[in-house]
Design a binder for this molecule. Structure first.
Ligand code: FVH
Length: 298
């Protein structure tokens, strides 16, 4: 890739990227590719090398990187690292926009937003829904939350990375959306890993069961919009699949797993939850009722 020409560079806002792990490197490379002047900093300075070869300016310290751009993007391992880095130059950050794309909890994001407010910093939190190789591609996107004006001002720049989905002024919301998706993914992962284990226990090759399981899980994901409507309306009665029918079938599922020598540990809590729903009089309701029971404001 060739470095952008001076005329290209002048047209695009400068971006500083702090943290050049796998993800930070992909972010910085995407900004460079799109013609933004990019300044990079990383704790281990050697990692700046490939980006500098592509046209980035290396910064010796976080303060030097912050001073170079109005938009400061951080992608470090954890939010404690972010706070340590920001604490090195609070006075320089005043009036700038920090977009923190580090993975963390909603509470951590809100703490960082409160810190930013005290120091006159415009704070955005981000949840990246992509792996590094997807950045700038058609399927990558990032949830953003926090300072609305700062998002609007930098939205075009953020779109270099993929989709830019602003989800609210509460700085914790990007993380909440991120984890809502990740929790769905991990739930699916653990379910289908049990599918593979069950097949394996019976000597069925994984490749024979993988296709049907994928088809089934994909079809079942189609229930989500209906469950969402039920939750938002508070009307859970279903003509599709009731709590009662699922509660009656679950022992068969547990006995099948146990009979094949496959762990039942992950599904026992589901049995307990369905039993609880029955005891509370929700037998005719759809499984969306379980989301009400799982949440503290149920
Ligand atoms: N990689 C992925 O697929 C996921 C996709 C979704 C978002 N995550 C989150 O992105 C953050 C960074 O992840 P990463 O994949 O870039 O991680 P690493 O390659 O391990 O790089 C970590 C960077 O953090 C720097 N760092 C670590 N500790 C400190 C510290 N105490 N002070 C300053 N910087 C620190 C590290 O520096 P160095 O080890 O090279 O010196 C890297 O730059 C993460 O939140 C994911 O959950 C990625």
């Amino acid at each position: 890739m060739s470095a952008p020409s001076a005329s290209d560079v002048s047209a695009k806002p400068a971006v500083s990227v702090l943290g050049l792990g796998m993800m930070g490197t992909a972010l910085a490379a995407a900004f460079l590719e799109a013609g933004h002047p990019v300044t990079v900093w990383n704790r281990t300075a050697a990692k700046t090398g490939p980006l500098v070869a592509q046209g980035a300016t290396p910064a010796a310290t976080p303060a030097d990187a912050i001073a170079a751009s109005e938009l400061v993007v951080l992608c470090l391992m954890i939010n404690d690292n972010v706070r340590e880095v920001l604490d090195t130059a609070p006075e320089l950050l005043k009036g700038r926009t920090v977009a923190n794309l580090t993975n963390g909890t909603p509470a951590q994001s809100r703490e960082l937003a409160a810190w930013a407010a005290v120091h006159g910093v415009r704070y955005l939190d981000g949840g990246i829904m992509a792996v590094p190789q997807m950045i700038a591609g058609p399927h990558a996107y990032v949830f953003y939350s926090g300072d609305k004006e700062a998002f609007a001002e930098h939205e075009e720049t953020f779109r270099v990375l993929g989709g830019a989905r602003y989800v609210g002024e509460d700085a914790g919301f990007a993380s909440l959306y991120d984890f809502a998706l990740l929790i769905g993914m991990y739930g699916m992962n653990i379910g289908v890993l049990h599918s593979l284990a069950l097949a394996r226990s019976a000597g069925i090759p994984a490749k024979d069961i993988a296709g049907p399981v994928q088809e089934w899980v994909t079809a079942m994901a189609g229930s989500l919009p209906t469950w969402a409507d039920e939750l938002d309306s508070g009307e859970h009665v279903t003509n599709v699949s009731s709590i009662a029918v699922n509660q009656a079938a679950l022992p068969n599922l547990l006995n099948t797993l146990a009979g094949q020598g496959v762990s039942t540990e992950f599904f026992q809590p589901l049995t307990a939850l369905l039993d609880e729903a029955m005891a509370a009089g929700h037998s005719a309701d759809s499984q969306s009722r379980l989301a009400v029971m799982l949440s503290s404001n149920g």
